[in-house]
Ligand binder design. Structure first.
Ligand code: SF4
Length: 242
């Protein structure tokens, strides 16, 4: 059974949420111009946002992080986006020497040894290249939704990140059913790993399928008792990751 079969459902208020999301994206593009970037994880939510940007003809840069540890199914979405929408996806990778140094020092299974080492790996492979992606930008678009986890339960439609940039979360109020209803309605390409019970997809060593009834992000860093975050999303006011 596909993710569309499992999750797509038109729920009350979907048309209004869609209209608000489009209006928010248009306003952000007008306000920030070339200073605006969509930071896509290539997950289902971000594929919806890229589709909205493309169909509305908005001039928004699309960028992603290639951590060097992604599934091939995830990476395959980059050329699919470029072909389908005629958009360039800017790819930011970690610095090779930093990855080599980390692996030589701590081994390639370091993330399983402690939360500190896992976060250090995320720092090298994600946070440093994210910093380069956002350098010189005034605003970024994410696929955060309140429903994704208790840490994200209060995600606002717009906020400031820890560096004071505008962070736009246009799907904050969307449900998982909304995301898949949109994907089905507009035939949006998506990661086939979503069909294998991986609702939240990160690096291959740190993502597994979830079982029925498990939390949305239970398959991320499943061996940890942690908040299941990598530090990409830190609240400006609280310093708490979400
Ligand atoms: S998700 Fe895992 S492999 Fe990816 S950067 Fe973080 S610790 Fe490293």
């Amino acid at each position: 059974m596909s993710a569309i079969d499992l999750y797509a459902r038109k729920t009350a208020g979907f048309d209004e949420r869609l209209a608000q999301t489009l209006a928010q994206l248009r306003a952000a593009a007008d306000a920030h111009g070339e200073g605006l970037v969509q930071s896509t994880s290539l997950g289902a939510e971000d594929m919806v946002i890229t589709d909205l940007i493309a169909r509305a003809g908005l001039k928004v840069a699309i960028a992603t992080l290639d951590t060097g540890a992604l599934h091939e199914q995830t990476l395959a979405l980059i050329p699919r986006i470029e072909q389908r929408y005629g958009l360039e996806v800017e790819v930011f990778s970690p610095r090779r020497e930093a990855v080599v140094h980390f692996v030589r020092t701590h081994g390639d299974k370091a993330m399983y040894e402690s939360i500190e080492l896992r976060k250090a790996c995320c720092g090298v492979r994600k946070l440093e290249p994210l910093g380069r992606m956002l350098a010189g930008r005034s605003a970024w678009i994410t696929g955060l939704r309140r429903e994704q986890s208790s840490n994200r339960a209060e995600v606002p439609p717009q906020e400031l990140d820890a560096q004071g940039r505008t962070k736009i979360n246009p799907l904050a109020a969307w449900s998982w059913a909304d995301v898949w209803h949109y994907i089905q309605s507009f035939d949006v390409p998506y990661n086939p790993l979503h069909d294998e019970f991986m609702p939240s997809i990160g690096c291959a060593p740190c993502t597994r399928a979830i079982a029925v009834g498990e939390d949305f992000r239970a398959g991320r860093w499943w061996w940890e008792e942690s908040n299941k975050e990598c530090g990409l999303h830190v609240h400006e006011k609280t310093g708490v990751t979400a």
